[in-house]
Design a protein around this ligand. Structure first.
Ligand SMILES: [Zn+2]
Length: 358
């Protein structure tokens, strides 16, 4: 199906909505193929076929983009675990597999760069090291035919601006999507109000600006509205599917509603969004005109299909969307032929059965 895809930049100019599945790192952590904490995508080197499968899974669920799993696959992170010599192999392999799956499914392929872990605002040496980290990943992305480059999860405006500048310098004209991660209060960690940071990144030439990761839908949307007010072009919103609150605006700060204990990163299951939460987020994003929409850490096929369907899509996964009418007892209704047994089981399921001894 290669060749029928509209150019990414043209799609943005046409005002198309682009759906983007992120969240590979956390999902591999959950499945036992990636260490939570350092969050380095060693799975690309150790179990590449699983990475290809997850690309397939998100494409199947309705993502318009296959993002190569190079998040935290940069020099500084690989140095930390003694695998720096495999840096290029990891990046090229993640990119090549993403390109293949994107072509097979008629999707865009995005390369990704992210916060470097070495950046310091007023340290020239750290800035130049950061730029080198960006440069090599960007150059591999260009060579492996990425359609555009994502710079993501920056909490410093300065590092995000440096990422954008690097994409412009080394990216051979590929569009840049720059997403910041909002902690709280609503400023970057180098003290730029988040809407202003997005406005500046847009002014400096980012094709899309906005937020990813960090916040759940409930605490991201109000800030996205503020960003939308000051920007002219397409805005990105890719929250984490967790029930963040006004008190705990980020998933890192959430607490277990029963025990009051912090849940990040291992106990997040108790504060996951429901599918209906994802539907609600998608409807809101649609209503306020967000053109680059997705989910980050915590994303899975079921959520993404819900999001895609809310945008009127019918991804391949929609073939398997829930249909309780065909459930053997919860779907049967009274009055149907031969449902006495179903009625009985339903009463048991809902606790409505009254035994004579109860
Ligand atoms: Zn994330």
């Amino acid at each position: 199906m290669t060749g029928t895809r509209t150019d990414f930049k043209t799609a943005l100019e046409n005002g198309d909505t682009i759906l983007v599945a992120e969240g590979y790192v956390r999902e591999f952590g959950r499945r036992g193929y990636l260490k939570m904490g350092p969050f380095i995508p060693e799975v690309v080197l150790d179990y590449p076929h699983l990475v290809q499968n997850m690309y397939e899974e998100f494409a199947h669920a309705g993502s318009d983009v296959v993002e190569a799993l190079t998040y935290y696959g940069h020099r500084e992170k690989l140095r930390l675990i003694g695998r720096e010599d495999e840096l290029e192999k990891l990046n090229r392999s993640a990119l090549k597999m993403a390109r293949k799956v994107a072509d097979d499914h008629n999707k865009w392929m995005a390369a990704g760069i992210c916060n470097s872990a070495v950046y310091e605002p007023d340290d020239e040496k750290a800035r130049s090291e950061t730029k080198q980290i960006f440069q090599e990943q960007i150059e591999w992305a260009v060579e492996e035919n990425a359609d555009y480059i994502i710079g993501e999860t920056f909490n410093d405006y300065g590092e995000a601006a440096l990422a954008l500048q690097s994409i412009q310098e080394f990216g051979k004209g590929l569009p840049a999507v720059i997403t910041l991660t909002a902690y709280f209060p609503d400023v970057t960690t180098d003290n730029v109000p988040l809407p202003e940071a997005c406005r500046r990144l847009e002014e400096h030439g980012a094709a899309v600006v906005g937020l990813n990761c960090g916040r759940g839908p409930r605490t991201m949307i109000p800030l996205i509205k503020e960003i939308k007010k000051v920007c002219k072009g397409p805005i990105a919103a890719l929250p984490v599917p967790f029930r963040t609150t006004d008190e705990c605006k980020t998933f890192q700060s959430l607490k277990d509603p029963e025990t009051g204990k912090p849940v990040y990163p291992n106990d997040l299951e108790c504060v996951r969004c429901s599918n209906s939460d994802i539907r609600y987020f998608a409807e809101e994003a649609k209503e306020i005109g967000i053109k680059y929409v997705g989910l980050c850490c915590g994303n899975c096929g079921q959520y993404f299909r819900e999001l895609a369907e809310a945008f009127g899509r019918r991804p391949l996964a929609s073939k398997y969307s829930t249909d309780m009418k065909k459930n053997q007892f919860l779907g049967a209704t009274k009055g149907n032929v031969n449902t006495a047994r179903a009625d009985l089981i339903r009463d048991f399921v809902y606790g409505n059965y009254r035994h004579e001894n109860c």
